[in-house]
Design a protein around this ligand. Structure first.
Ligand code: ZN
Length: 490
């Protein structure tokens, strides 16, 4: 780990990175999406994934090749790259999914790792135990122990320049996820999938996904490349990227297409319900909704799969652009409006603002305050922490606008919701250059009041005055008693 994954630009805990995959001779820019290829179903040919969609990596299941009379020998003889005709990096899964679905598989970790090596996989996976959400602590702990033994075994096997992934399990027990992350990082393996979140995604439990990922990341540390295994809907890529997930895989593009389901970044629509297509990919522009519906079944499935991939890759590009620009949390905020469960996911993310704050760059593009949730962003938390350390004069007037009532104050600082007090010297520095609405909501006023309280409490020797614009009584009551108050509205 470490030398193969290089972090470049960060925003919140999200980042652009470069993962070097030596066996494939390629470097993959993350965040990236690995389309899932099932050799038995050729929805979209791997060559087309690379040429038309810009896929730098794909994922397929070594266990399917292992168990297939048609493909087993061909995969060994030709190698996956030639057999699939794909020039990028090929990651293989091991059959853990089949283990979770059917309760047993007939290979060991040594066998399946050797098989993945023999067929030319670039990133292999040991057979871990995907532990379902909500199981007892005893079960989660026992299964985690088995997974960890297999990861240690995998780390002890010479796999040449093939990278090997170390899945992080632990179910919905945050402390186990964190411990599993720390253990996985210690194995020295290369890529870190966060496993068994699919049942949570299927039930729209995005807040629980966020908590599981945040816990795993605490254990893994920022240097580890993280794969959110099975999260293939573009609606949640931005949220997951903001937590520091680097790799996504999508089987959804093909599975959804089979049922005439049309992916958008705001959720899934059924083709029958669409008169107008909210997308400008070549498929949507060429066919239109009616044209797509009129296609024969097999062509419609391929066309929908292609649209689904276009919209997924476009979202990955949008996320990268947002990270470069420093607006990833604004993008997450937008995506959170697509479904109440997504809003729960975003709020869960902001509940980890302290954790995000450690990775978040101290300066980036202008912060746009666009929602009540903005008041809980890491930048606001950081500003409040900084208030404790600022030096203040003997008498300081804080104001949302009105001038001090007398000349007894040595200095005047603006109060800007949601940040609270803004010293003049810092007003041109990030995040205090933020664009804020002129009509702050209650969450912003509460955050501003918390900032005022932090400053007053940290400087008991100073006498403070505050001129606010009609703050509600409950917020006023939360302020320290020693503060002299002036209501600028009355
Ligand atoms: Zn489209």
């Amino acid at each position: 780990m470490g030398e193969r994954f290089e972090l470049q630009t960060a925003d919140a805990a999200g980042r652009i990175g470069e993962l070097t995959v030596p066996r494939a001779g390629v470097t993959v820019e993350t965040p990236t999406l690995l389309p899932v290829i099932n050799p038995h179903l050729d929805t979209i040919a791997p060559r087309r994934l690379a040429d038309e969609f810009g896929a730098e990596a794909l994922i397929t299941n070594a266990y399917i090749f292992h168990g297939s009379e048609d493909y087993r020998e061909r995969a060994i003889d030709e190698g996956l790259h030639d057999l699939l005709d794909f020039p990028g990096a090929i990651m293989t899964d091991s059959g853990s999914f089949q283990l979770a679905e059917y309760g047993k598989i007939d290979v060991t970790t040594e066998e399946i790792l050797q098989f993945q090596f023999d067929i030319g996989s670039d990133i292999a996976t040991p057979v871990d135990i995907p532990t379902e959400p909500g199981v007892s602590r005893e079960t989660a702990e026992a299964e985690l122990e088995t997974t960890q033994e297999r990861l240690e075994l995998a780390a002890s096997i010479d796999t040449g320049d093939m990278l090997v992934s170390a899945p992080v399990q632990g179910s919905t027990h945050s402390d186990l996820r964190e411990r599993a992350g720390a253990h996985a990082a210690e194995t020295g393996l290369d890529v870190f999938p966060i496993g068994a979140v699919v049942p949570l995604l299927n039930e729209y439990r995005y807040a629980d996904v966020v908590d599981a990922v945040a816990a795993a990341k605490r254990g893994l540390g920022p240097a580890a490349p993280v794969h959110l295994f099975g999260a293939g809907h573009p609606m949640m890529f931005a949220l997951a990227a903001a937590l520091g997930c680097d790799l996504f895989d999508s089987a959804a593009y093909a599975i959804y297409a089979r049922d005439d389901r049309y992916l958008t970044v705001r959720g899934t629509r059924h083709l029958d319900d669409l008169d107008h297509l909210p997308c400008s990919c070549p498929i949507c522009v060429d066919h239109g909704a009616a044209g797509l519906r009129d296609l024969p079944d097999d062509r419609r499935e391929t066309a929908l799969a292609a649209h689904n991939l276009h919209v997924s890759f476009a979202e990955i590009r949008r996320i990268k652009a947002a990270i470069r620009e420093g607006s990833l949390l604004e993008l997450v905020d937008e995506r959170a409006r697509s479904h109440p469960a997504m809003l729960d996911g975003y709020r869960a993310l902001l509940a980890h603002a302290d954790q995000l704050e450690r990775e978040d760059p101290s300066s980036k593009g202008t912060f746009f305050v666009t929602s009540a949730e903005s008041a809980r962003r890491p930048e606001v938390v950081r500003h409040h922490d900084r208030l404790d350390r600022l030096s203040v004069p003997d008498a300081l007037f804080l104001t949302e606008g009105p001038d001090p009532p007398s000349d007894e104050y040595d200095d005047v600082w603006r109060v800007v919701p949601p940040f609270g007090p803004v010293p003049s010297a810092l007003s041109r520095t990030y995040p205090l250059t933020a664009e804020v609405p002129t009509r702050p909501d209650r969450a912003a006023l509460e955050a501003a009041a918390r900032g005022v309280s932090r400053l007053v409490d940290a400087h008991p020797e100073t006498s403070f005055g505050l001129a606010h614009r009609g703050w509600p009584p409950a917020i006023i009551e939360s302020l320290p008693d020693e503060l002299a108050l002036f209501d600028g509205e009355s």
